[in-house]
Design a protein around this ligand. Structure first.
Ligand SMILES: Cc1ncc(COP(=O)(O)O)c(C=O)c1O
Length: 413
């Protein structure tokens, strides 16, 4: 039996009973109690095989011993110093062991939101231009500049009350996988930057078509715009060097989060020395934070990234993703597809293919929710929206994959 009155108490004190809106879509009365390996446990003791994994960060599963040890040891040594610690240097070295070599420096912030906000300011500061091209359906965090949606014509309007129309008037939305129209938009707006999720993980799992990212790279170079690849989801997941290594494309500025913090809050801005030295204090583009590079996130992130690197975890995750996706493809009805890349996947119903946000919106969300809910009652936890991605961790094993496919087969009946 779960704790009495939790739902009422949560609703009484937290707006909508939650601290982040997607969580309000969980079944009423569901509260997480603890996690262990690939499993999440609720307050009644029920166990769920977890493919949400905190929306991505938990690539080593819950409470991984190496990460938990690193957090505990650091907690006894201090959690904040107000000056640079040796942990920050060790963390930057670990991060740069993973990233492609064109990225030579990092700035640590506290979330993916802070990272993309800083990246945009950096691009504007370097180019002296104002406009930003993003992709319809992408998500780069909860800051004002990118809370934009399409309005009639080519205009954009705020996607949240409280965001000024003037703020998003310099944000222009292109269509993912449509290079011609994107190039035209970049040219006409004299954009400071194009920001893209290399795999659209906030519309499910939409892959870039062959050549799209390299053509986008070429367009940016030609037009004098900086290419920001937002690897908050794909970083340290698709390969050690993220989507840039996987697809063979080099961003001017890359942003990271999620996996990079080993389950603790983190955001990273990365670029060449030339780009990064525009940031304060070496350059004129302001960025700061009380908790930037905080020792707990450094310790957890360092332990997690070292674990990924030394145990070939990403290769194992990639192999398990293939197995799961192949099993799912065999049981899906003919009008459903599964889209995937290493460590992430999504199933779309009522469609023959998903190439951009419009395709993802046209897929059958209510069939997805029935599927998701049936799985949830079977003890398999997928995020409660087809516009989120499902994630695999290094601790989901072959038996977990088999059981998941069997549960999915029953959920589809
Ligand atoms: C691609 C991408 N960028 C940025 C963010 C924002 O990260 P955070 O929630 O850590 O602020 C997210 C969050 O889901 C994301 O998926």
């Amino acid at each position: 039996m779960g704790e009495e009155g939790l739902a009422e108490r949560a609703l009484h004190m937290l707006a909508g009973g939650v601290n982040s809106p997607i969580r309000s879509r969980m079944p009423a009365g569901f509260f997480a109690a603890r996690g262990e390996g690939p499993y999440l446990y609720d307050t009644t003791g029920k166990r769920y095989l977890d493919y949400c994994l905190g929306y991505g960060p938990l690539i080593l599963g819950h409470a991984h011993p190496a990460v938990a040890d690193a957090i505990c040891s650091q907690a006894f040594l201090g959690t904040l110093f107000g000056c640079t610690s040796d942990r920050e240097v060790a963390y930057a070295e670990e991060v740069l062991r993973h990233l492609p070599s064109h990225l030579g420096m990092v700035r640590c912030v506290n979330s993916g939101t802070e990272a993309t906000m800083a990246a945009i300011r950096l691009a504007r500061g370097i180019t002296g231009r104002e406009d930003i091209v993003a992709f319809d359906g992408s998500y780069h965090g909860a800051h004002d500049q990118l809370l934009a949606r399409r309005a009639p014509g080519e205009a954009t309007s705020p996607s949240s009350r409280g965001v000024c129309p003037a703020t998003v008037s310099t944000t222009h939305l292109a269509t993912f996988n449509d290079i011609e129209k994107t190039a035209d938009l970049v040219r006409r707006t004299r954009a400071a930057a194009v920001i893209a999720e290399p795999v659209m993980g906030n519309m499910g799992c939409i892959l870039p078509e062959d050549g799209f990212l390299s053509e986008l790279r070429a367009v940016c170079t030609e037009e004098g715009a900086l290419l920001i690849l937002d690897e908050v989801i794909t970083g340290f997941r698709l390969t050690p060097g993220g989507a840039q290594e996987h697809f063979g494309v080099a961003a001017d500025i890359a942003t990271y989060g999620k996996v990079a913090g080993g389950g603790l809050p983190i955001g990273l801005v990365a670029g060449s020395r030339e780009v990064m030295e525009h940031l304060s204090p070496t350059g004129p583009v302001y960025n700061a934070g009380t908790f930037n590079g905080n020792p707990l996130s450094m310790a957890a992130g360092c332990a997690a990234l070292a674990e990924l690197r030394t145990h070939d975890a990403l290769a194992r995750i990639a192999a398990h993703t293939k197995e799961l996706v192949s099993g799912v493809s065999d049981i899906l009805p003919p009008d459903a597809v599964v889209c995937s890349c290493p460590g992430m996947f999504q199933v779309y119903f009522g469609t023959s293919g998903v190439h951009n946000a419009e395709d993802a919106r046209a897929a059958d969300g209510s069939r997805y929710l029935s599927f998701q809910q049936a799985l949830f009652s079977e003890g398999v936890f997928l995020p409660p929206s087809m516009h989120e991605s499902n994630f695999l961790s290094a601790v989901h094993d072959a038996v977990d994959i088999e059981q998941t496919i069997a549960a999915m087969e029953r959920a589809l009946l």
